[in-house]
Design a binder for this molecule. Structure first.
Ligand SMILES: C[S@@+](CC[C@H](N)C(=O)[O-])C[C@H]1O[C@@H](n2cnc3c(N)ncnc32)[C@H](O)[C@@H]1O
Length: 783
């Protein structure tokens, strides 16, 4: 039996993670010496059985054992503990203001680790060791030691508190075959200041970098709350409890929303698409009842398991179906479908359900696609300018046909005839018709524009608009390689321009002419001399203009924009010596004053950049006397709305899906905060826009409340639809983010109420809380 197959026979869920972790512990060239079993439920006996089986089949070394560390289990490779090594510790005790490193042997930790090491190596001929951990030992340090992190955290706190909250961390991840083998973090400040630590980490990384199969990823993070071992389920329960205990703990509130967001939001919209569900149900019913001798049913990409349930329901009445396999590669979805499938009472006695994870088929999801996926009708002046043509047809019952398309071997040449005269073409919109059952030809799901389907369309944008004449033919070639649709067209070709690939948020910002003009105008009103300008906007456009015009001496901007800024600078004959590139994490170490600071405390999906809001005090410290900091003020506004569209994007509303009790599981992932909205949101406004509160540009707690008159009391309140008013400087007009402009770079957000609120009175009370730069409102009845 093969390695993977053995692991799978023990663990249906998470087997891939378990397999790759055990493999890495077993391999002598991999520095990882221990794997903490934190990806599901297990027990000592199962782990011992598993290791025995792997050893009998000579698939792992004899030196691999199970170790119990308090309530947790580790798989360890004894061989990797023979050599005694020295360690560097970082003190993260909850009582400290910030993490600090301290010398070796402080607090006798080295001694503690040596006791542990000796216990491990003395168990050479056993399969299991229950490590004796004295009360004074710090368990996370031992965990780090067993895993073999290059630097170990230590804390001296009875309540397990640490001081890593809101600390900028440098994270190193070791990845192999898309699985994260090790995730290790170190506070940026400590890393930057300590040569010994840098050397130790780079020596540790070198082990991985010298083998091609490992990928080393580095990034920065600043998490409001750090849990030393990542466990989503526990974290969700923990944050839920924290929110319940203290509704003002908005860090916990935000973390809870983030954890829930790990499940893709479109599942809600899809499960609420009743006509889609019905079409699938009909086709499944038809084939299970009428198909000749169907024994196995396979639901590939089962999501919540809805289609498997449809199949199970039909199969239980006089059919030959024996097995229904639900296959899903997203762990969260697989967990949801495992729960919903096993708790519904529709299973037949002689039927078993099994979960297979086809990890090797993760080809489509993480790719940057050459098109935008969106509802094309959201573009206000959208119209079709050519006749519609059928492009490619894939027969899902014919492997050869699927493979041909998947390999990109078939390229379909199409001719689109213009139906407009002297009008522009801006791009191509692609949708599909799904013929679910050739025996019921009318059972079709179409995702064409304005069809009301949950599917978005694929929108391929042209680099520049092209004028069309009546009956003009536009030629395109359509193909689909590795599941990604591609359109080649001759319209883009005749251009001398050199393309540079830019993050789409930067592009949106640079296209928002109105906002850029306001920014430039605000700066132009400031007559004092500017030497240093810090421009942390989405892109330092204004800073670049000022530098080009010689109105500033030095522009400080983000390191991540360095290449693009330098490219633009060279085309505009701006000297490279005029720039300094820095990270946000460096601002409290800067020893310089700025006469102009431009910030953009909003994220691309419309919510406040709470980290930037919290850091405003730090930016103010960098402001020179008489200097200008933009923006001066941000105010939050809202409208109460009724929107079925919004509700159906956030939680299960479809009666049939509810009847199957799927809502019980998936609604646990319903979030209150809905991002990435704009003025086109389908909704009924129940109030005029009202001012909620000025955003305090700090990390403190602020609370207020207000009463809002309703102009429509017939409909339940579903959500508060937010926007902001930005005062760039005291001397300029306010700028609102709910402009009608088609090129606005500002998105809107909504906070959806937990349950719909039906009001008898004429007003409602809204309470506003801001904490750690995060905002939240509660809507209450006034009577
Ligand atoms: C469009 S959803 C359909 C969910 C479900 N069948 C339904 O109709 O409600 C597709 C699901 O397929 C999963 N998926 C995508 N690619 C997969 C692959 N290669 N192997 C297994 N599951 C995959 C996704 O995680 C997602 O949950």
């Amino acid at each position: 039996m093969e390695f993977d197959a053995i692991i799978r026979s023990f663990y249906k869920k998470h087997w891939q993670i378990i397999a790759s972790q055990i493999r890495s512990v077993n391999e002598i060239q991999c520095p990882k010496r221990g794997f903490l079993f934190d990806c599901g439920v297990t027990n000592k006996e199962t782990l011992i059985d598993l290791l025995t089986k792997l050893k009998v089949n000579k698939l792992i070394s004899k030196q691999i054992i199970v170790a119990a560390v308090k309530e947790d289990f580790f798989i360890l490779n004894i061989e990797k503990f023979y050599q005694k090594d020295s360690h560097i510790f970082v003190d993260v005790s909850g009582s400290l203001e910030k993490p600090g490193n301290f010398k070796l042997n402080d607090f006798n930790i080295e001694k503690h680790l040596e006791v542990i090491r000796k216990q491990i190596i003395s168990f050479e001929n056993d399969l299991f060791v229950d490590l004796e951990i004295s009360e004074e030992y710090c368990v996370p340090t031992i965990f780090g030691y067993l895993i073999n992190y290059p630097v170990l955290y230590y804390y001296n706190d009875e309540n397990d508190r640490n001081c890593l909250s809101l600390v900028d961390l440098k994270v190193f991840q070791i990845i192999r075959d898309d699985e994260i083998l090790i995730s290790f973090s170190i506070p940026c400040e400590i890393f930057d200041q300590n040569k010994e630590i840098q050397e130790k980490i780079s020596f540790w990384l070198h082990h991985f970098q010298s083998h091609d199969e490992f990928e080393v990823k580095q990034f920065f993070t600043n998490n409001p709350i750090i849990i030393l071992h990542e466990r989503d389920e526990e974290a969700r329960a923990f944050f839920e409890q924290a929110c319940e205990n203290d509704h003002r703990n908005l860090r916990a509130y935000q973390n809870l929303q983030n954890i829930k967001n790990k499940m893709a939001r479109w599942h809600f919209k899809m499960l609420n698409d009743s006509s889609r569900n019905l079409s699938f149900k009909r086709a499944i019913q038809y084939w299970i009842k009428n198909g000749d001798g169907i024994i196995d049913v396979m639901d590939i990409g089962s999501g919540t398991g809805l289609l498997s349930m449809y199949a199970t329901n039909v199969a239980k009445v006089k059919t030959k179906v024996k097995n229904i396999y639900a296959i899903e590669f997203s762990q969260i979805m697989a967990d949801i479908s495992a729960e919903s499938l096993s708790t519904t009472e529709i299973l037949m006695n002689d039927m078993f359900l099994e979960y297979l994870f086809l990890g090797n088929l993760r080809l489509i999801s993480k790719r940057d696609e050459p098109y935008d996926a969106d509802y094309v009708e959201k573009i206000s002046d959208f119209k079709l300018v050519t006749k519609t043509v059928e492009t490619i047809e894939v027969n899902f019952n014919n492997l050869e046909s699927m493979e041909k398309y998947f390999n990109g071997k078939i390229i379909k040449e199409c001719q689109l005839e213009s139906e407009v005269n002297n009008d522009y073409i801006d791009g191509f919109v692609v949708w599909f018709s799904l013929y679910l059952n050739e025996m019921e030809p009318e059972n079709i799901i179409s995702t064409k524009p304005k069809s009301g389907s949950c599917w978005t369309q694929a929108i391929f944008k042209l680099k520049q608009r092209v004028l069309l004449q009546m009956y003009q033919i536009v030629k395109i070639s359509v193909s689909c390689k590795e599941g990604v649709l591609k359109i080649d067209r001759d319209l883009d070709i005749n251009s001398d321009l050199v393309d540079i690939e830019v993050d789409s948020n930067i592009l949106k910002f640079l296209n928002d002419e109105e906002y850029l003009q306001e920014l430039e105008f605000s700066v132009s009103k400031h007559k004092s001399k500017i030497i240093n300008c810090l421009d942390f906007s989405v892109f330092p456009y204004v800073g670049l203009v000022l530098l080009k015009e010689g109105r500033i001496e030095k522009l400080w901007c983000r390191k991540k924009d360095e290449l693009l800024v330098k490219e633009i600078a060279s085309r505009n004959v701006i000297k490279e010596s005029g720039f300094e590139f820095i990270d946000e994490s460096m601002i409290d170490r800067l020893n310089i004053k700025f006469e102009l600071i431009i910030l953009h405390p909003f994220l691309s999906l419309g919510d406040l950049d709470n980290q930037m809001v919290c850091n405003f005090a730090k930016y103010r410290k960098l402001q020179a006397d008489g200097g200008l900091l933009i923006p001066n003020k941000v105010t939050l506004f809202g409208e109460l709305i009724n929107s079925d569209w919004l509700i159906s994007s956030c939680r299960i509303t479809d009666a049939d899906v509810k009847r199957l009790k799927i809502d019980k599981f998936i609604n646990q992932f319903a979030t209150e905060v809905h991002l990435d909205l704009d003025n086109s949101l389908e909704c009924e406004k129940l109030t005029s826009a009202f001012k909620i509160s000025e955003i305090s540009l700090d990390d403190e707690l602020h609370e207020s409340s207000l009463e809002v008159p309703l102009r429509n009391t017939n409909l339940p309140i579903h959500a508060i639809f937010y926007h902001h008013k930005i005062q760039l400087t005291r001397a300029t007009n306010d700028f609102v983010t709910n402009r009608k402009s088609k090129t606005s770079c500002f998105k809107r957000t909504a906070q959806v109420l937990n349950s719909e609120l039906i009001i008898d009175g004429a007003t409602v009370k809204i309470s506003f809380t801001q904490n750690f730069g995060i905002v939240k409102c509660d809507v209450l009845t006034t009577c």
